[in-house]
Write a protein that binds this ligand. Structure first.
Ligand code: AMP
Ligand code: ZN
Length: 276
């Protein structure tokens, strides 16, 4: 399949660029969606030592379907899977955690996706380290990255993009597990076509909590106004501009509450959990 070959070549180029050797143990963060399924499919095919981690967010049928898709995918590919049940480990579902946090905030100040993102990153890093993995691979694709670049520019914080790339940069700490994005140069459209053609077990509907998200509006605007070719050009140029700035190593602290690595005294997850 021509599309499979194109995607494979783009991923291979990315892995070469970030020097990701095959003797590294990779934990693939599996959401149940097409992007992370494609990430696992190719890393496994290339012969990397991979296992999956799925966070069951406990959000009704949507979460049930995501978990079933991930179980089926890993079983088809013969890949070991770890499931983190947020209800068991944190005491409540993501919806409940989020509502509690938002009720302590001025209305609407912290959006659903921001809260969920912070908590998922915290879990991923902790679990990957405890399980002895050297890298976490996520399904972020070219569209996600282009949206992030634009959002940072629109919101007046372009410097937030200086450290972006197919691998986390400038963080070296024994408690921090580096993250890689093998689909960094692959468009969302190609990924969707690929998983459909391959009939991979994947949930295509978006998260029911994806409402009122700035990213969603930027994404819809890009998809309506910008062609695939233009997207790829814009992305390459953003990358060029941001790589001109020399990035500086970030100082890592350990959170005073949970002892996980973070930039401030208290990590983002604990800051949310201790809001008054
Ligand atoms: P998102 O932030 O939902 O766009 O997801 C970005 C990436 O995070 C996905 O491609 C996955 O690699 C990972 N991810 C998202 N949700 C989950 C989940 N429930 N469990 C494990 N990994 C996830
Ligand atoms: Zn903490």
């Amino acid at each position: 399949m021509e599309l499979e070959k194109n995607i494979r070549n783009k991923i291979k180029e990315t892995l070469k660029k970030i020097h990701l050797s095959k003797n590294k143990k990779l934990l693939v963060a599996l959401s149940g969606g097409k992007d992370s399924a494609t990430t696992l499919y190719f890393l496994n095919k290339f012969g990397y030592s991979v296992e999956g981690l799925h966070i069951d967010l406990g959000m009704g049928d949507y979460s049930k379907n995501c978990k079933s898709a991930v179980i089926e995918l890993c079983s088809n590919l013969g890949v070991p899977l770890h499931v983190y049940d947020i209800k068991k480990e944190m005491g409540s579902s993501m919806c409940y955690i989020r509502t509690t946090i938002q009720s302590k905030q001025v209305k609407g100040e912290i959006k659903n996706c921001a809260i969920c993102g912070v908590i998922k990153k915290w879990i991923l890093n902790k679990k990957a380290r405890e399980l002895g993995f050297e890298f976490i691979a996520t399904g972020h694709n070219l569209d996600d990255e282009l949206q992030t670049f634009l959002i940072n520019v629109f919101k007046g914080s372009p410097n937030l993009s200086f450290n972006s790339g197919a691998i986390t940069k400038n963080i070296q700490d024994k408690k921090f597990v580096n993250r890689v994005k093998p689909l960094f140069y692959v468009t969302e459209d190609d990924i969707r076509k690929f998983t459909k053609a391959k009939k991979l077990p994947v949930v295509y509907s978006s998260c029911p909590c994806l409402i009122d998200s700035y990213r969603k509006s930027v994404r819809e605007w890009i998809n309506k106004e910008i062609s695939k070719k233009e997207k790829e050009i814009a992305f390459k140029n953003f990358e060029k501009i941001f790589s001109l700035k020399k990035s500086v190593a970030s100082k890592i602290n350990y959170c005073e509450i949970c002892e996980e690595p973070c930039r401030d005294k208290i990590c983002k997850k604990c800051s949310l959990f201790t809001l008054k």
